[in-house]
Design a protein around this ligand. Structure first.
Ligand SMILES: [Cu+2]
Length: 482
């Protein structure tokens, strides 16, 4: 038995676990973004929250729950124990159990600062060449030398390796982009059983081994904060699969730990958390999209007195994002919040909209409170839609002309130094429709790309220029005219 002394902290930890009431009303709230989208302020706040949770024993308690989900004293999560009532791996409930598990942990973080949410770690994008043992250790997640391009002073979770004696040993194989794309779109995985198996075994397992140390330990892996960034990615893939017209209904109504038997945790029916957006208010952000859409969710404040939605890029609030009478929401962007036609505030509810969301630029704060108005006065929407925060000038310029275009158009970008770059063109739902520039090295200076787009339907597109060495990306919206 490892570290039995750590269990003594459990009683203390229980006190700070948040409890929400009711069977189906335990709603969460967050915008989970890729970790590269965290500003320095948010990185520091997130790391400080993790530090606090490691110091006070909460993270250790979560590792204990993962080791022994029903807390009956027998470790048993389907790997080497007879404790068959608490299987959470290699079973259908794997995804739902871990969804609730990381959400409970996110609530601990939000109890420290409600603006925070779990970032996710997309192992497929930044490792090159894909699937090959690699420069992956050269990531601002762990490596202090790689943080400058993100404007950070230190890595996101590197410090916790020594501090928590996590024994990471980065290296090995990671899932590839095509594995990820196949998982969501291939008919081979349209059945939930096949999907769950592929996701758990072939995408979820390798990063555990790649990080090594505690992360490789099937029981104690939540001792490494990397666990939560990794499982947020696994959870995101399940949500993408769900949004891609796949569905599942669980035949069981309880999950170990979340069946009400472990005090401090809610009783959750796995069927009530099959869609993070509509059932939980948890939105996963795709960093390649020009904006994030809040939709298909009603703010109820069942869990927190104010629900926070914080995102560095533009947030578009659609009419299907509703705020129940008497409820309160805060929506914060570092660029702008666009209130789409039809969005309104019910009498007695409050929406504070502004830039209180870990924005690095301190200038030009825009903030408004909308309350007791229906419909929302157009003048206020107008004012909010035009309020923008000044950003520091970009080191890389990206332009497209003509824009709107008809048959073809030209991208122009300027690099400050030699860099490996790539560019993709995506449609409104984030599907890649063209790859004007496959990944290659380009010298510093000005570059032009002529794109033949005569086969594309008219509409709005997003071009994403990625700088691989320095982990940056630049986004440009382009429109194909009728
Ligand atoms: Cu697990």
């Amino acid at each position: 038995m490892r570290r039995p002394n750590r269990r003594s902290r459990k009683a203390f930890t229980l006190v700070i676990v948040l409890v929400c009431f009711g069977w189906t009303s335990c709603i969460s709230q967050s915008i989970r973004k890729h970790y590269t989208q965290l500003s320095e302020q948010e990185r520091a706040a997130f790391a400080a929250a993790i530090e606090q949770l490691m110091q006070n024993g909460s993270e250790e308690y979560y590792a204990d729950i993962h080791t022994d989900p029903d807390q009956d004293g027998n470790p048993g999560n389907n790997f080497n124990g007879p404790d068959t009532d608490s299987q959470i791996h290699r079973v259908a409930i794997f995804l739902a159990w871990h969804r609730q598990f990381i959400t409970e942990f996110e609530r601990l973080i939000q109890a420290i600062d409600p603006r925070l949410s779990l970032p996710y770690w997309d192992w497929t994008g930044e490792f090159d060449p894909p699937g090959v043992n690699s420069r992956s250790a050269l990531s601002p997640l762990w490596n202090d030398d790689q943080v400058a391009a993100l404007g950070w002073t230190t890595s996101l979770i590197g410090e916790f390796d020594d501090q928590g004696q996590l024994g990471r040993n980065l290296g090995g194989l990671l899932p590839t982009t095509s594995q990820k794309d196949n998982l969501i779109t291939s008919t081979a995985f349209s059945n939930f059983g096949n999907f769950r198996y592929e996701l758990e075994v072939n995408l979820h397992d390798p990063p555990h081994g790649w990080v090594g140390g505690e992360m490789q330990d099937m029981y104690y892996s939540p001792r490494d904060p990397a666990f939560f960034l990794h499982h947020a990615m696994v959870d995101y893939l399940w949500q993408l699969w769900t949004e891609n017209d796949h569905s599942v209904t669980f035949s069981q109504s309880t999950m170990p730990t979340f069946d009400g038997s472990v005090s401090g945790f809610d009783r959750i029916d796995p069927d009530d958390i099959r869609n993070t957006v509509t059932q939980m208010g948890i939105f996963y952000a795709n960093p390649d999209m020009a904006s994030l859409h809040l939709k298909d969710y009603t703010v109820h404040n069942d869990h927190l007195p104010v629900e926070f939605f914080v995102y560095p890029e533009t947030i578009e609030v659609e009419s299907t994002f509703q705020i129940a009478a008497g409820a309160s929401v805060e929506i914060h962007s570092c660029e702008s919040v666009i209130l789409q036609p039809g969005f309104s505030i019910l009498a007695g509810s409050t929406a504070r909209i502004g830039t209180n969301g870990f924005c690095n630029a301190p200038a030009a704060r825009a903030e408004m409170t909308v309350a007791n108005d229906r419909p929302t006065p157009p003048a206020l929407i107008e004012e909010m839609n035009t309020a923008k925060v000044e950003k520091a000038p970009e080191r890389v310029t990206l332009k497209g002309f003509p824009n709107p275009f008809e048959e073809s158009f030209t991208f122009q970008f300027t690099l400050p130094a030699e860099e490996r770059v790539s560019m993709v063109l995506m449609d409104a739902v984030g599907k890649i429709v063209a790859m004007p520039l496959p990944s290659q090295r380009r010298t510093g200076g000005e570059h032009e790309l002529l794109v033949d787009a005569h086969t594309l339907p008219s509409g709005m597109y997003t071009a994403v220029l990625r700088l691989h060495d320095t982990n940056q990306r630049y986004v440009l919206r382009v429109v194909k005219a009728d």
